[in-house]
Design a protein around this ligand. Structure first.
Ligand SMILES: NC(=O)c1ccc[n+]([C@@H]2O[C@H](COP(=O)([O-])OP(=O)(O)OC[C@H]3O[C@@H](n4cnc5c(N)ncnc54)[C@H](OP(=O)(O)O)[C@@H]3O)[C@@H](O)[C@H]2O)c1
Length: 253
């Protein structure tokens, strides 16, 4: 079934969003969230996604995170966006408890360099200490410093293999995975066929720069079915589900 809702103006209600962005009842699920301009840019002239976003886009992002286990980002996103500490509202904490989820989602940052803003409140004041997923070839001193601020997972190699990344999260019981980018991390997940759901917001801007997924062209493009398009204040909020038998069955509410 496909749905096109709109055009409409005004912020989508929380109930609309909870209905539109369900999680499957069980199993691992990787939800990719990105906002893009009409010409495929992932950020505005200030190098951040906030300048191409909208209140409704932020509401979609909040809903996608609300009942997740882990918010997964690349180091480039943390360096550009400087995330605030991850916390939850009391009402959301109560719903999480009812569903048997941990009190708050944890943020996992992927970085080979470990060149991260360690003094940001994001590391010290998040409800759950952030995870940093890195490689075992990184210099010892950097690894030690990272362990002072984060829960570190060091995987073999000189870059993190997307399948090992997702398995490492899954092995910790983190199965509701929201990947908020950025372009290079998402390209890796997409190339490995690991994205179950692509929630792409289209912003009514042309900026002439950048790519919302930035990696080598994939020999086998990942295919998706459109599940919904919501129009709000000139933005389109699309939800696509991976065209795999298991995805098609398990994601539809
Ligand atoms: N439009 C949106 O929705 C959206 C969302 C997120 C970000 N953005 C924008 O995207 C831009 C940043 O782009 P980006 O491509 O740099 O973002 P990114 O994918 O978040 O970060 C890339 C960095 O992440 C680490 N990384 C990614 N995959 C890795 C792997 N397989 N193994 C090891 N490390 C890995 C590396 O960090 P190290 O260099 O530390 O090794 C790499 O340099 C910013 O302008 C940001 O605002 C937009």
């Amino acid at each position: 079934m496909e749905m096109v809702i709109g055009p409409r103006t005004g912020l989508l209600s929380t109930d609309d969003l909870a209905w539109a962005y369900p999680w499957p009842a069980e199993g691992r699920w990787v939800r990719a969230m990105m906002v893009t301009t009409l010409d495929g840019a992932p950020a505005g002239p200030d190098g951040r996604s906030g300048s191409i976003s909208s209140p409704a886009d932020r509401a979609v992002l909040v809903e996608a995170r609300r009942l997740s286990d882990v918010v997964l980002i690349g180091a480039g996103t943390l360096r550009a966006e400087r995330y605030n500490p991850m916390r939850v509202k009391p009402a959301d904490a109560a719903e999480r408890e009812r569903l048997g989820l941990a009190p708050a989602p944890v943020v996992a940052v992927v970085s080979a360099s470990l060149d991260l803003p360690w003094s940001d409140a994001f590391f010290s004041e998040s409800a759950v200490t952030p995870i940093v997923v890195t490689v075992d070839s990184v210099e010892d001193g950097r690894l030690r410093a990272a362990r002072e601020h984060a829960d570190v997972i060091a995987l073999p190699g000189s870059s993190v293999r997307p399948d090992e990344l997702i398995r490492a999260l899954e092995s910790r019981g983190l199965t509701r995975i929201v990947c908020e980018g950025g372009p290079r991390l998402l390209a890796g997940l997409s190339g490995a066929g690991l994205i179950d759901e692509a929630d792409i917001s289209i912003s009514p801007l042309l900026t002439s720069g950048g790519q919302v997924l930035a990696g080598p062209p994939s020999a086998t493009p990942a295919e998706f079915d459109l599940f919904h398009v919501i129009a709000d204040s000139g933005f389109l909020f699309t939800r696509y589900l991976a065209r795999r038998a298991d995805a098609a069955v398990s994601a539809r509410p």
